[in-house]
Design a binder for this molecule. Structure first.
Ligand code: MGD
Ligand code: MGD
Ligand code: MO
Length: 747
């Protein structure tokens, strides 16, 4: 997503799917993982939309779909190229849309020719007629919506997957339309907010990146000295360098060859706040790293699952955090809309809200004053001595995060929305009565206090003040081949066609206006996303244009290894015969500070010989994430109380395994888990499925006695991440948990 359009997130929203005529659900299981969102999909179905679910596992969503298409995991790019091949030869694409709004589609159509349908059928396991049928139905339905989630991202080609899907939707002209779009159903509560806030190792908040300009932008807003900030780091280079990721930090503790990527220093301490971490592949590496560190701290309302996995006996701290019921503030939903969450009860016992723990940490580290300075500044402006948490923090976010347009948001507006739920249409999100002219939660971008928010992104047929916009101009106005990247189209109420992002240097020329000397001085050297005043944005809105420009979506990312997405076999492929033709990426050094293996791992040996089964993983409706919270809830633990592996009876019986037997499942890293076999027709004969929601048993060893008195979960089990295969997305380092190989033996 991020690299096709420049932003991450869902383009439309859940209610908007009720306007779809066709919904392609690929690599997502909303019936289990987004049951409330699923209601909208079922409503669309009742209204006549055709629902197709493409998944290697016959999921609960597949059961509700009009059509289930079984795909071999890790081959979605090939499947979509098959569709594109057919769409191209049958001229089912939206030519006008492509010409006006898209750059690079000719190259995509050329690439699609390399995927004849019988070849695609061979790669994916999907019959030629099915590929044609899905392509035809989707192309003819106007509009069609596309939904994906982790079934597409947790692969070495995860980024290629998440690029080919918007490409398909652009070819069909479905982006920027009600009932269309790419709808990525996000994970945790507030995961959208967490990424907006920059809980990422490659960017400051608001997707500003880590460059000097970004640091300076935030130093200005935080009112701290840039030089002081730089001194927090070993060097300027380290300040601007992508950090470790959740998946790669272990290498920074364990592997000496990796220390060079981290200024020749091993990681010595780890603070875990709000993450299970037992859910990351190579759990044995996580354990080894936890054992080796000097200091480990968990900030969590529960006993974090890996706290019982590590053998360390000292310098391991559990700091009890308050739960969401005991805290308050803004949280972002999957549709980029923010909501206010009120505190339900005061924190119980000795637990404390996360921010209080972090304020104390900042104090011990010696920078509490700088950490809180902008909050005090906001209070001072309003004549207060003390800041109000979390309201002033929301103001700080809104004022500094202009790249995605949070400046129209405020604690006051969000509380009004929350207090007046009944004044918003549940399907369109449009406000009514006193809430007229705003959309529920002010989905970003929300450019100013008068802006309504943006329920559907990239709709250039409505005025900017109603949430209209073209595609963001994020990579210059010309492609390296000289092609103009600006859109020839105009937003309604505007005389200005495609234009670059608005800056202090170009505003007069682009908008055809004159700034006063005073205005000029206040915006000098800034752009729509930097600086401290909203003048550039307000002037753009007055001229009827979107401040981030009006450009074309690009299908070619010219500075990436795969300039356009292509199919590459998984590292541990179920079809080793296809590796020669569709090899994985070259090994990559310094990928989120780790030296990661790709081709050398794929070619290391004939993996399938030792590990003949394709391994799928996913979620259970009654458990969340690692299951720490839900397995501690009596009634949820009762629903799924033990870890299992779904296996086809034909496969199981050939291995002398009966339904309910204990089995060892061996992973390609030489690790193993002890689980119950569950006969299932939801998997094909070559695949098995493991839920990801268990922890507390480690290679057969029950760790329940390690939980402190009174904290034992009701259900424990082996973690799938113990045996999921080595492998990381080439661009994001997300682990390849959605396809790997394994071997099963009766215990
Ligand atoms: N009840 C419950 N709800 C949750 C969660 C939970 O743990 N429990 N977790 C939350 C979080 S953090 C997230 S990120 C979301 C995740 O939401 P989803 O992505 O929907 O979750 P998964 O079940 O992991 O995977 C979805 C589907 O992808 C399929 N799949 C696997 N490999 C492939 C492939 O190569 N191609 C295709 N097309 N499909 C494939 C799987 O079989 C599975 O049915 O759910 C959120 N909601
Ligand atoms: N095999 C396989 N592995 C996977 C996946 C898969 O599909 N297959 N999916 C991956 C994905 S998408 C995800 S998101 C991860 C799951 O992600 P995890 O982060 O491992 O899952 P959770 O159990 O939700 O972890 C949240 C932790 O935060 C704590 N917590 C809850 N509320 C608060 C709070 O207010 N403050 C603090 N400080 N802590 C809090 C909880 O007690 C828990 O320990 O799993 C990943 N791993
Ligand atoms: Mo997630």
């Amino acid at each position: 997503m991020a690299n096709t359009f420049g932003y991450g997130g869902m383009t439309n929203h859940l209610g908007d799917m009720q306007f779809s005529k066709f919904i392609l659900i690929i690599g997502a299981n909303p019936a289990v993982n987004h049951p409330v969102g699923m209601v909208h999909i079922l409503r669309a179905k009742e209204a006549g939309a055709h629902i197709v679910c493409v998944d290697p596992h016959f999921s609960k969503t597949a059961a509700k779909a009009d059509e289930y298409v079984r795909i071999r995991s890790g081959t979605d790019v090939a499947f979509v190229y098959g569709m594109l091949n057919y769409i191209y030869t049958q001229k089912l694409y939206d030519e006008k849309y492509l010409k006006e709004r898209v750059y690079g589609y000719e190259e995509i159509f050329r690439e699609a020719q390399k995927y004849p349908l019988d070849e695609v059928a061979n790669i994916t396991g999907i019959p030629v007629d099915t590929i044609k049928k899905v392509a035809r139905e989707m192309a003819q339905a106007k509009p069609a919506s596309l939904i994906w989630n982790q079934g597409l991202t947790q692969h070495t080609v995860g980024t290629n997957n998440t690029r080919i899907m918007p490409i398909l939707q652009l070819v069909l002209g479905n982006i920027g339309k009600n009932g269309g779009g790419v709808n990525i159903l996000r994970g945790h509560d507030n995961v959208q907010g967490a990424s907006d806030m920059g809980n990422l190792s490659d960017s400051l908040p608001g997707y500003y990146g880590l460059g000097e300009g970004s640091w300076k932008h935030f130093c200005t807003h935080w009112d701290v000295d840039y030089e002081w900030m730089q001194k927090r780091f070993a060097s300027k280079e380290m300040m601007q360098k992508t950090g470790y990721a959740l998946s790669t930090w272990r290498f920074g503790v364990l592997d000496e060859e990796n220390f060079a990527n981290n200024d020749n220093t091993p990681i010595k301490a780890l603070v875990v706040i709000g993450n299970g971490i037992s859910t990351t592949s190579l759990l044995d590496k996580t354990k080894a790293a936890l054992d080796k560190l000097d200091l480990v701290v968990f900030i969590d309302p529960y006993v974090n699952d890996v706290a019982v996995i590590t053998d360390r006996t000292d310098n391991l701290f559990l700091l009890p955090a308050a739960s969401q019921m005991e805290s308050s503030g803004s949280v972002a939903a999957t549709n980029r809309g923010y909501q206010w969450r009120y505190q339900v009860m005061k924190p119980m016992f000795e637990c404390r809200e996360d921010h209080e723990i972090l304020f104390d940490l900042a104090q011990r580290l010696g920078f509490k004053e700088e950490f809180q300075k902008s909050l005090y500044n906001i209070a001072k402006k309003e004549g207060r001595k003390e800041f109000i948490w979390p309201d002033d923090a929301t103001t700080e976010m809104a004022q500094s995060i202009r790249s995605i347009g949070l400046q129209g948001m405020s604690a006051k507006r969000l509380k009004e929305h929350c207090d007046n739920w009944h004044m918003f249409d549940k399907v369109t999100l449009a406000g009514m009565g006193p809430m007229k002219n705003q959309y529920y939660g002010l989905p970003w971008p929300c450019w100013s206090e008068k802006h309504p928010g943006t329920p559907v992104m990239y709709n250039d047929s409505i005025p900017v003040m109603q949430g209209g916009m073209g595609f963001r101009v994020n990579w210059g106005v010309k492609a390296p081949d000289g092609t103009n990247l600006l859109s020839p189209r105009k937003l309604p109420n505007s005389k200005i066609a495609g234009h670059p992002a608005i800056t202090s240097d170009n505003i007069e020329e682009v908008l055809g206006i004159k700034l006063t000397e005073k205005e000029k001085a206040s915006v000098k050297g800034t752009s729509f996303s930097t600086g401290t005043t909203n003048i550039l944005v307000e002037k753009s809105l007055q001229a009827g244009v979107c401040p981030y420009g009006n450009g074309k979506a690009r299908m070619i990312v010219w500075d990436w290894y795969d300039k356009i997405p292509i199919h590459r076999e998984p590292l541990h492929s179920y079809r080793p015969d296809l590796i020669q033709k569709y090899p994985t990426f070259p090994d990559k050094k310094n990928n989120f500070r780790a030296n990661l293996k790709y081709i050398s791992r794929q070619k290391e040996k004939d993996w399938k010989k030792e590990y003949p089964l394709n391994m799928l993983t996913g979620r259970l409706v009654a458990h969340m994430g690692t299951g720490t919270e839900t397995r501690s809830a009596k009634y949820l633990a009762e629903i799924y109380h033990e870890m299992f592996v779904e296996i086809h009876p034909n496969t199981a019986l050939n291995l002398n395994i009966n339904d309910g037997d204990d089995v060892w499942v061996y992973g390609t890293s030489g690790t193993k888990i002890l689980v119950k076999a569950k006969y299932s027709y939801r998997v094909d004969e070559g695949s098995v499925f493991l839920p990801q929601n268990f922890s507390g048993i480690y290679e057969g060893k029950n760790l329940i006695d390690r939980y402190p008195e009174g904290t034992r979960p009701y259900a424990i089990g082996e973690a799938a991440s113990m045996i999921t295969s080595y492998g990381f997305d080439y661009n994001t380092a997300c682990p390849e948990t959605k396809c790997g190989l394994c071997r099963i033996e009766k215990a």
